[in-house]
Design a protein around this ligand. Structure first.
Ligand SMILES: NC(=O)c1ccc[n+]([C@@H]2O[C@H](COP(=O)([O-])OP(=O)(O)OC[C@H]3O[C@@H](n4cnc5c(N)ncnc54)[C@H](O)[C@@H]3O)[C@@H](O)[C@H]2O)c1
Length: 465
């Protein structure tokens, strides 16, 4: 594929960089991907499909075994795509970093969580870089893809690689290369995939940007170059903070609509979205979920504090969004209070454990928080149903428990006093649920199309939650 947004003048490149570019262009380069999760596995399969010999490295031996047996565990990767690259012998997985010695380009796609104090946990990046360092060699390009605070590539990864490079007499930008290129994958999005979503690339030197842009351009149609890894790191955080702030805004307005009554925030957003410029729709919900939006803003506020700077937008939006599960619990309590059942005996069924529709990813799902809060509020019988999530690890009253998804039949729906719609999966039998349930707390306006429901339905932001 073409690299469409290269800067017109590239820096004069070293012979080593020219050789790497030639290997990328004729697809004889070996690609390594460290961390075979939601980000790393689709990327590895994409490079394999483009004809590159690709090696995936993951510390999780079970994942490695599964992949080498042709078993897929990431919903966005078609089983057939994995089978094809495995059959063609262009992809294999390993849990040994020794194998990275063969790779010309290595992508680091490891997790970047926060610790209990919501400070960045970059230990996965550090350990991946430390494990790669002994295998650094002339002509190797390392690209960090994990979302992180500005400065990570140059201040955390670079010193680890530089130390190894010094012993080998290698110079960054001439003999080996380092860049940051954030990931934009949107699990479950059928329209925008790795191939047709533009990517941003920022290298430590211009030559690093050059080779990294060419590497990304092998599997992505459009590459946008920036002047440094820091710009690329900050750009990714801007994308996610933009979402978090706008979601907080509609969440706050949804609560105002509930307070005022008679105004549906869903109708308001739909109307505002008819404006063809200067507006894009965001929707209220039961709280943020996933590995990115609830986590990434904290990376920036942590970094900002080092500069005596308060990121007020981030703090405020986190506060508003984190309040949403509590708001939903209040709505469940009101639903119980309106029925002839005592709170302790009330049965609550949560629909959806995945953090967004039509995916199986439960990381930081609002359902986990809701189960914990409902348990703390005195509800003994809280179950969930999710066709994508057969079982779920939850923490209730400080106890780690495992819950199984309840089959969604008219009998089961009838057995619950309150049904809480958290994730609006397309396949839920909405008509049946609205017919059989007593009370529905709908956090996604998912029952809007059901005509004459038998259940009482309270919609978050619907004007009378
Ligand atoms: N999931 C998304 O939609 C998404 C989107 C954009 C960016 N990101 C970012 O990409 C990064 C990876 O996220 P993910 O969702 O793919 O995570 P994931 O948890 O799905 O996968 C990470 C993988 O890395 C492996 N791993 C951990 N430490 C390792 C190490 N030292 N060496 C080798 N393997 C190691 C784990 O076993 C796991 O298989 C994060 O920084 C995340 O914020 C994720």
């Amino acid at each position: 594929m073409d690299v469409t947004t290269m800067t017109p003048e590239s820096a004069a490149l070293s012979p080593v960089a020219e050789r790497l570019k030639a290997k990328l262009s004729d697809r004889s380069a070996w690609i390594g991907v460290v961390g075979l999760g939601y980000v790393g596995l689709p990327l590895a399969v994409e490079f394999g499909a483009a004809g590159f010999r690709t090696l995936g490295i993951d510390l999780n031996a079970e994942r490695v075994r599964a992949l080498n047996a042709g078993k897929n565990y990431i919903q966005d990767v078609p089983d057939e795509a994995l089978a094809r690259v495995a059959r063609a012998g262009v992809f294999r997985a390993s849990d040994r970093f020794d194998d990275a010695a063969e790779a010309d380009v290595v992508f680091i796609c490891v997790p970047t969580p926060v610790n209990p104090n919501k400070d960045p946990d970059t230990s996965y990046i550090r350990s991946a870089a430390e494990a790669l360092a002994p295998h650094l060699h002339e002509g190797q390009l390392i690209i960090l893809k994990s979302t992180t605070y500005p400065g990570t590539t140059e201040e955390l990864v670079r010193p680890i690689l530089d130390e190894a490079a010094r012993e080998l007499g290698l110079t960054l930008g001439k003999d080996y290369f380092l860049a940051f290129s954030p990931e934009r994958i949107d699990p479950g999005n059928a329209q925008f995939t790795t191939a047709n979503t533009p990517v941003v690339v920022g290298g430590v030197t211009e030559a690093c940007t050059d080779v990294a842009a060419l590497a990304m351009g092998q599997v992505v149609a459009q590459v946008h170059r920036v002047t440094s890894p820091k710009v690329a790191e900050m750009e990714k955080l801007l994308e996610n903070i933009f979402r978090s702030v706008n979601i907080a805004l509609v969440n706050e307005l949804a609560r105002l609509c509930d307070r005022v009554g008679g105004i549906s925030m869903w109708e308001v957003v739909e109307a505002a979205a008819t404006k063809p410029f200067g507006y894009m729709p965001f929707y209220p919900g039961p709280g943020l979920g996933g590995h990115c939006i609830p986590i990434d803003p904290y990376y920036l506020s942590w970094m900002a504090r080092k500069y005596d700077f308060e990121t007020n937008f981030i703090t405020l939006s986190a506060r508003v969004n984190e309040e949403m599960p509590h708001y939903v619990v209040d709505a469940v309590m009101q639903a119980v209070a309106a029925q002839p059942v005592r709170l302790r005996e009330a049965k609550v069924l949560i629909l959806g454990a995945a953090f967004k529709k039509n995916v199986d990813d439960t990381r930081h799902s609002p359902t986990l928080k809701l189960m914990e809060l409902l348990g703390a509020a005195g509800f003994d019988a809280v179950d969930y149903s999710d066709p994508f999530v057969p079982s779920l690890a939850v923490s209730i009253g400080g106890q780690a428990l495992r819950r199984e998804s309840v089959p969604l039949t008219p009998e089961t729906v009838r057995a619950y006093d309150v049904v809480v719609l958290v994730t609006d999966h397309a396949d839920y039998p909405y008509e049946m649920i609205a017919r059989e349930a007593k009370w529905i707390v709908d956090t996604r306006n998912a029952f809007a199309h059901v005509r004459e429901p038998s259940a009482t339905i309270r919609v978050l932001g619907g004007g009378h939650f």
